[in-house]
Design a protein around this ligand. Sequence first.
Ligand SMILES: C[S@@+](CC[C@H](N)C(=O)[O-])C[C@H]1O[C@@H](n2cnc3c(N)ncnc32)[C@H](O)[C@@H]1O
Length: 292
Amino acid sequence: MKEEQASSTAFTVLQGILLTASKPIYAGVVAEEVEAAAREILAASEEGRRRLQQVESPLYRTLAPLAERLALPGFALHYVLRKRFIEEAALKALADGYTQVVSLGAGFDTLEWRLHRQHPEVTFIEIDHPATSAVKREALKVSGENLHLLAVDLAEHDLEAVLRDCTAFDPARPTLYICEGVLVYLPPDAVTGLFATLKRLSGAGTRFVFTAVSPIGSPRNNTGPLLRLYLALKNEPLAWNLEQADLEAFVTLQGYRLIDQANDADLAPRYLPGGPAGPLHQGEFLALAEAE
Ligand SMILES: C[S@@+](CC[C@H](N)C(=O)[O-])C[C@H]1O[C@@H](n2cnc3c(N)ncnc32)[C@H](O)[C@@H]1O
C-alpha cells in the first residue's frame, strides 16, 4: 500500500455498495443510512469525489458489470452481502451482552460508526492504516466517546501491543473482533497468529467474524480470467486461502468453535428477497467463531 494514500480497495468497497444500491432490483438491500454514509466518506476526499463521479456516470455503470465479470463476477453485490452477515453477527453479539467491538483493517466500513450512537455503553474500536483512518475521521467527524479510530500501520506495529496500550480497550470486556476482506492479504502464520492474539487479548468467549477466500484454482472460486491473468503475471497468489470444506477443522485447530458460516449459496436467500439479478461471487466466504 502507498504510505500517503488511503486504501484503494477501501474506496472500491464503497463504490460496490453504491453500485448495488443504484439497482432497483436491490431496493432495500442497502439501508439508506449505509448509502448516505458511503457518499459522505467519498465526498470528503479528492480520490473519493473521483470515485463518486465514476459511480454516477452512466458509462461507468454500463461498463462496470462487464469489467466485474472479467475480474470478480458478482463482487459489488458480494460487498453488500458480506456486510449484512457481519452486521447480523455484531447485532447478535450486542444482544448477547458483548460490550466491545474491534474492527481490524476497518477501511471505510460504517458499521461501528452507525452502531456507536445507538449503543453508548459499548466500546467500538477500529484500526486502519493512518492514511485511510485520517480520511474516515475527517469525513464522519468522529469524536464520539465510545468510537475510537486507531491510526496504525499493522505491518509496523504489533496488534497485541497496540490494543494493550490503548486506554479505551478493556481486555475484561466480552469482545467481538471483525476482520473483513483483510486475512487474504496476510501470510498463513500471521493469520494463525492473529487467532491466538485475539484469544490472548480477550479470553474464552471472544467472538471473531472474518472473511476467507478459497484458492483461485478451487471449483468454489469463480475469479474471472482478467484477475487470474493478473495474479499469475505478478506471481502473486492469494497470501492466505482456505477451502470452505476445511473451515471448521481450521477454526477448531485455532482453539475456536465455529458458530456460523456463509457463502454465496447461503447469503443470497438470507439477504436478497428478490433473488440475485446476476452472477454471485464465489470464493470469499464468511465465518463467525468463538474462542473456547
Ligand atoms: C480490502 S480493505 C477492507 C476494508 C473493510 N474491512 C471493508 O471490508 O470494507 C483492506 C483494509 O485493510 C487496511 N490495511 C491494509 N494493510 C494495513 C496495515 N498494514 N495496517 C493497517 N491497516 C491495513 C487497508 O487500509 C484497508 O482499509
